[in-house]
Design a protein around this ligand. Structure first.
Ligand SMILES: Cc1cc2nc3c(=O)[nH]c(=O)nc-3n(C[C@H](O)[C@H](O)[C@H](O)COP(=O)(O)OP(=O)(O)OC[C@H]3O[C@@H](n4cnc5c(N)ncnc54)[C@H](O)[C@@H]3O)c2cc1C
Ligand SMILES: *[C@@H]1O[C@H](CO)[C@@H](O)[C@H](O)[C@H]1NC(C)=O
Ligand SMILES: *[C@@H]1O[C@H](CO)[C@@H](O)[C@H](O)[C@H]1NC(C)=O
Ligand SMILES: *[C@@H]1O[C@H](CO)[C@@H](O)[C@H](O)[C@H]1NC(C)=O
Length: 546
């Protein structure tokens, strides 16, 4: 059970075509030449009890990733279904596409980030690659928007875990979690794998309660610390993964050899440094799939269905936000180029370079370092990594997936050069022919620093075997240090009146799904604040009971 889940977890499926965003959003209102949207602004909030002004505030959503696109959609959905407001939402995205850290590339092309004119090779995921069974909003979105989910597929082969000196774990044959592997596991780790499996199961089932009507209808959270407590995610987040699993009776050998590989590939962080909740999430990979055409299609669909106005690229970059103090009897206003009655910030605050005026909110959002992650795609004609690089004899049959552990004693003195290496697929003969004779493969690697041409040459058995390599550097996810003082270390959901922040949630869990969960919570809080309305059910379970 663990290895397939580790596997699927780790693995990094491929996919899809790109989007010219303009084509996808016929609902967009054209912008004026200076980029400012021209929308009449209603500032008429009745504060008399019992009277609802359904014209609603104008709302600015900053960021068009998982969090921002779902916030726009939830506002439209719950505004209409609930208090009956037609929301007036503008989404600002400074990038060239919708999806943020969920995006695809064509690394065999000269310009990997641009969709080639000629249809052919499916693109590969460059950021978030895996949707798991417990991701209820993402699964519902795939269903509602008619997107196709593909099971994880990489090249057939085995998986090993590398600690910089040796393979500390090797699967004996392909996808199987064969009898022999089980026996080896039990021999080396005792009951630890079973214990871990049960901890992961319990975590997932208490997490799933957050979609239930009982949980949702009790209201949104303004404190992530209380959210973490009421979903039982709190305790594991106070310890390192290693300490947490050890306390729960898991053998440190198992944690540093196997769980370490899952935290390294998922969060680029050793299991001795990541918090226990991050480690548990790294292992919760049951039912890993990805969206055909790219996971970002979900976020394009959310945005399209929200009918929000979209400002993309240069005109979508927010540089400054000014809070206008409330006139007597009215609410404060936020000026985001154009004026808005509410703002949902759906990007990591400290990376937005937005300067905020007249609000204390910058001091209320704790600084949050992110993991610098190099995602490198290698086009190679070597059918597997070179045994020599891994200190093995030349005839060794090599794995096609290698995950690193940074937590074994030898990893500490001589750390692996990469976090993960995966053969994604063999390229079509048409694409291969651009690189030379024979079969060429696309391989994806994660690492903390740049992989030089020399190192890639060593890993793939010679520089002549590397047809091309291309890297994208991400600030991928927060450094998930254990959380000691939750109220201080977790950002407020509403750091100021009328201002909501989705990405504080990443300090607890950073995934596409949980960013939609964070946005649902922010939207629910906004609807509560402005209309006294609380959604009776989560979107995932909306209309599903009958
Ligand atoms: C390599 C990698 C692998 C990952 N693997 C997985 C995985 O398998 N499964 C999973 O669920 N998660 C995975 N994640 C994590 C996941 O990608 C993130 O948790 C999630 O996508 C974050 O969504 P978001 O909308 O909160 O932020 P983002 O996607 O970062 O969106 C924020 C957006 O705001 C925009 N923005 C920033 N500043 C401004 C500004 N001033 N004005 C206007 N726009 C601005 C940015 O351009 C960006 O598009 C992975 C991440 C990486 C990098
Ligand atoms: C859903 O997608 C399939 C395959 O792409 C297509 O044949 C079908 O018409 C679509 N249905 C809807 C309701 O969009
Ligand atoms: C949280 O954990 C406690 C103790 O382990 C358990 O009794 C409770 O049911 C759990 N809550 C949820 C939401 O699963
Ligand atoms: C890969 O291609 C290069 C250039 O065509 C060639 O020199 C090299 O021998 C090939 N390697 C393998 C393993 O086929």
């Amino acid at each position: 059970m663990l290895v397939p889940s580790l596997l699927s977890l780790l693995l990094v499926p491929a996919t899809v075509p790109t989007v010219t965003a303009q084509l996808l959003f016929p609902a967009n209102v054209p912008s004026t030449p200076d980029g400012a949207a021209q929308i009449p602004f209603h500032l008429t909030h009745s504060h008399q009890a019992g009277e609802l002004d359904l014209s609603g505030p104008r709302i600015a959503v900053i960021g068009g990733g998982a969090a921002g696109s779902s916030a726009a959609y939830f506002l439209a959905h719950f505004g209409r279904e609930g208090p009956g407001i037609e929301t007036d939402v503008t989404v600002f995205e400074k990038g060239e596409y919708i999806g943020g850290r969920s995006t695809v590339v064509w690394p065999w092309e000269e310009q990997p980030e641009i969709q080639p004119a000629e249809e052919g090779e499916e693109p590969v995921e460059c950021g978030a690659s895996i949707v798991v069974e417990a991701n209820k909003n993402l699964h519902k979105a795939a269903r509602v928007f008619n997107l196709t989910l593909l099971d994880y597929a990489g090249e057939e082969g085995t998986m090993s875990i590398w600690d910089g000196t040796q393979f500390v774990y090797s699967e004996s044959k392909g996808w199987g979690w064969g009898y022999w592997d089980l026996a080896k596991m039990f021999w080396r780790y005792g009951r630890s794998p079973l214990k871990v499996r049960s901890l992961v199961k319990t975590t997932v089932s208490s997490f799933l309660r957050l979609y239930s009507p009982a949980f949702i209808s009790s209201g949104a959270f303004s404190s992530l610390s209380s959210f973490a407590t009421s979903t039982n995610l709190s305790y594991p987040s106070t310890l390192s993964g290693l300490d947490y699993f050890t306390t729960e009776g898991v053998s440190p050998l198992f944690t540093t050899e196997l769980i370490a590989a899952a935290t390294a590939v998922n969060y680029g962080t050793p299991v001795g440094e990541i918090h226990g909740t991050g480690a548990l999430v790294s292992l919760a990979a049951t039912g890993a799939v990805s969206v055909k055409g790219g996971n970002r299609r979900i976020f394009e669909a959310f945005l399209g269905a929200s009918e929000a106005r979209l400002k993309l690229s240069k005109t979508g970059k927010v540089v400054e936000i000014v809070k206008l103090d409330a006139a007597k009897g009215a609410r404060a206003q936020w000026v985001v180029k154009t004026e808005a009655g509410a703002v949902i910030l759906s990007a990591p605050f400290h990376q937005t370079s937005i300067s905020i005026h007249n609000s204390p909110l910058p001091t209320l959002i704790p600084p949050q370092p992110y993991v610098n992650l190099h995602v490198t795609f290698i086009i190679t004609n070597s059918s597997s990594p070179s045994p020599a690089y891994f200190n093995l004899p030349p005839t060794t049959s090599m794995p096609k997936s290698i995950f690193a552990s940074f937590d074994t004693p030898s990893a500490e003195s001589s750390p692996p050069a990469f976090n993960s290496l995966n053969y994604l697929r063999q390229l079509s003969s048409h694409t291969s022919s651009k690189f030379g004779e024979g079969d060429w493969h696309v391989v994806k690697m994660f690492s903390k620093s740049k992989l030089s041409a020399e190192v890639l040459g060593e890993i793939f058995g010679g520089k002549e075997n590397v047809g091309r390599s291309w890297e994208k550097v991400w600030l991928a996810y927060p450094k998930l240090k254990p959380i000691v003082e939750a109220e201080k270390e977790l950002a407020p959901v509403r750091p100021d009146e009328g201002f909501y922040y989705s990405n504080g949630f990443e300090r607890l869990i950073s995934t596409m799904e949980t960013e939609t969960v964070a946005s649902f919570n922010a939207v629910s809080l906004l609807l509560q604040d402005f209309f006294g309305y609380t959604p009776p059910a989560s979107w995932a379970e909306w209309g599903e009971q009958e």
